[in-house]
Write a protein that binds this ligand. Structure first.
Ligand SMILES: Nc1ncnc2c1ncn2[C@@H]1O[C@H](COP(=O)(O)OP(=O)(O)O)[C@@H](O)[C@H]1O
Ligand SMILES: [Mg+2]
Length: 341
């Protein structure tokens, strides 16, 4: 009777996207954003529906991205977002449902924030909650054997942060986190359009440019077609359209990508020699939405002279790994439970 009402969830709480796996399937894949009524403080929408309101709100509605730069910037909003997503699952929650969750958290999170995540889990009635650090979940999701005595370097380029970690023997040996990732690339594009085309665009348009013609290299073997961009002309104030090419965007993103490269080089320098020799063989693994940027693998490969692998379906690697952790809570010693914070 008891097990009939068992519900198990793996949650990747990302700065840009939140994903949930239930019974081995991705059941939620939504942007991490909530829309709140300013007068009542009530949440009106979460995920895609809230994203549609983003940058189009009037004074009574605000949209909030509860996670910023790899940390939880707004606890209350984060909690109502998690609640909203769990409600989307549509399963009838019963009094005696045994809810078990593994939540993937950014590795820069503090002890206080960890406790807050446990508390949020309590508020959705979770009976058994574990946390997992993002680089570990990413490594599991890529399919690496994290328990063996072999080092692997995983680079997760998300919305707020790029996390570079070396993993071996069920632990994170070294970990670098920089606040240059997808959001920064998006704002590079906004600034570029302003500077070079006198065109004002919003975040969502810049994100579309990044996805359609984003590139880490000014010359690609399979170039995407030029992309039409609508915005407001800064001179006339009137809406207008401009066409941009991938080489232009490569130029716009160059400085930020160089910073990511520098962080990777620094992480390699700090890797203990025996693990460095493993990484020389195994190469670098890219995950997170940023791994989809055209030419990025090639550029990082040229810079480090190491083999670079892009994870299959990189936007979902972390939640896949969190799902694997959910199935192995007895075995994986690196999971954080309530007693350890
Ligand atoms: N095809 C793409 N090219 C470049 N960036 C992308 C692409 N698809 C998604 N992204 C970026 O990936 C980021 C989201 O990645 P994700 O791994 O979900 O982040 P997080 O884990 O922080 O939520 C966003 O900044 C998004 O713009
Ligand atoms: Mg992530």
């Amino acid at each position: 009777m008891f097990s009939l009402f068992k519900q198990e969830l793996a949650i990747d709480l990302g700065t840009a996207n939140t994903l949930i796996i239930q019974d081995g399937k991705v059941v939620v894949d939504e942007p991490s954003i909530v829309a709140i009524d300013r007068r009542t403080g009530q949440t009106i929408a979460v995920g895609k529906r809230a994203m549609m309101m983003h940058e189009k709100t009037h004074e009574n509605v605000k949209t909030v991205r509860p996670l910023k730069d790899g940390v939880i910037a707004d606890f209350q909003a984060a909690e109502s977002m998690i609640k909203g997503f769990i409600n989307m699952l549509g399963t009838r929650r019963r009094f005696f449902t045994h809810l078990k969750m593994v939540v993937c958290i950014p590795s820069g999170i503090t002890e206080v924030e960890k406790r807050a995540v446990f508390e949020s889990a309590d508020h959705v009635d979770s009976k058994e909650t574990y946390l997992i650090h993002e680089p570990m979940a990413a490594a599991l999701g890529i399919g690496l054997d994290v328990e063996e005595p072999v080092g692997h370097m995983v680079i997760d380029i998300g919305g707020g942060t790029t996390e570079i970690a070396v993993i071996a023997l069920s632990g994170i040996v070294c970990d670098q986190s920089i606040r240059i990732a997808g959001d920064e690339l998006t704002s590079d594009i906004i600034n570029y359009m302003k500077r070079e085309h006198n065109l004002l665009i919003g975040e969502r348009t810049a994100e579309q440019i990044k996805i359609h013609v984003g590139s880490a290299l000014p010359k690609l073997d399979n170039p995407p077609e030029d992309f039409p961009v609508n915005g407001r002309d800064m001179m006339t104030g009137i809406p207008k359209q401009t066409v941009v090419s991938y080489s232009e965007i490569a130029h716009a993103l160059d400085k930020s990508i160089a910073k990511i490269e520098d962080a990777i080089l620094k992480a390699l320098e700090q890797t203990p020699p025996e693990l460095a020799s493993d990484i020389y063989r195994t190469g670098l693994y890219l995950t997170g939405g940023g791994a989809l940027l055209r030419g990025l693998d090639k550029r990082i490969g040229a810079k480090t002279k190491l083999p670079v692998h892009v994870a299959e379906d990189p936007l979902r690697a972390v939640v896949r790994g969190t799902g694997i952790a959910l199935k192995n809570t007895e075995r994986f010693t690196f999971l954080i439970d309530r007693r350890s914070v």
